[in-house]
Design a protein around this ligand. Structure first.
Ligand code: HEC
Length: 177
C-alpha cells in the first residue's frame, strides 16, 4: 500500500474519532440512562391508584397468573410535581412516579397487593427532553434500576401523553381531599 493511501486511511479514522467525540455530549444528553430510578418515591405525595386488567401490556414480561386478577397502579409526585399539579406548570426537576403491583383476589373475594411488576417515571427537564415535551420517560422492570426504554419507546410514551398537552402532558388532575 502506498504511503499516501495509508495516510488517507489514518486521516479518515482520526476524523471519525473526532466526529464521535464531538457528537458524544449531545447523544449522552438525550440518553435513556439519564432518566434514573426514582429513589424513595414512596415517601412523596401519594396521588391516587387505579386498576388495569390482566391483559395490560405491563404484564408482558411476567404474566398475571392466579391469584393475580389485575394490576394496581399507585401514583406519586415529588414536591415540584405536586406544585405543578396545582398550577398546571411543571418546573424542571418535577418527577411523577407510578408503580404497578399485582392485585391478588382470594377465595372469599378479599384482595391484596402482590409483587411489584414495574415502576415508571416522568422527569421534567425542558432542555434535555425537549423532543418529548420536556419530559423524560423511564421504565424499570421488577427488581431492576435500569431504564428499559430506548428513544423510540420514549417517543411512544410521549405520543399518548401529548393528548394532555394543555395539562403539561400529565393525565392526573389535582384533587383536593
Ligand atoms: C396509550 C396511552 C399511554 C401511553 C402509551 C403511556 N401512557 Fe402514561 N399514562 C396514560 C394514562 C391514561 C395515565 C393516567 C392513568 C391513571 O390515572 O390511572 C398515565 C399516567 C402516567 C404517569 C403518571 C402521570 C400522569 O400523566 O398522570 C406516568 C409517570 C406515566 N404515565 C408514564 C408513562 C411512561 C413511562 C410511558 C411509556 C412507557 C407511558 N406513560 C405511556 C396513558 C399512556
Amino acid at each position: 500500500m502506498r504511503r499516501s493511501s495509508l495516510f488517507a486511511i489514518a486521516a479518515a479514522i482520526t476524523a471519525g474519532l473526532l466526529f464521535n467525540l464531538v457528537q458524544t455530549p449531545s447523544v449522552r444528553a438525550d440518553d435513556e440512562a439519564s432518566v434514573t430510578y426514582p429513589d424513595g418515591y414512596w415517601k412523596w405525595t401519594f396521588l391516587h391508584g387505579s386498576l388495569v386488567p390482566p391483559s395490560f401490556a405491563g404484564f408482558g414480561k411476567s404474566p398475571c397468573a392466579k391469584p393475580c386478577t389485575n394490576g394496581v397502579f399507585y401514583f406519586y409526585a415529588n414536591e415540584l410535581a405536586a406544585k405543578g399539579l396545582q398550577t398546571g406548570v411543571y418546573a424542571d426537576g418535577a418527577v411523577i412516579a407510578e408503580e404497578m403491583l399485582e392485585f391478588r383476589v382470594g377465595e372469599k373475594g378479599n384482595g391484596e397487593e402482590g409483587r411489584r411488576v414495574l415502576t415508571a417515571v416522568m422527569v421534567k427537564d425542558s432542555k434535555r427532553y425537549a423532543s418529548t415535551g420536556g419530559w423524560g420517560y423511564g421504565n424499570f422492570d421488577e427488581g431492576s434500576r435500569t431504564n428499559t426504554l430506548d428513544g423510540q419507546a420514549r417517543q411512544a410514551c410521549h405520543q399518548c401523553h401529548i393528548s394532555r398537552k394543555e395539562q403539561g402532558y400529565v393525565f392526573t388532575k389535582y384533587v383536593e381531599r
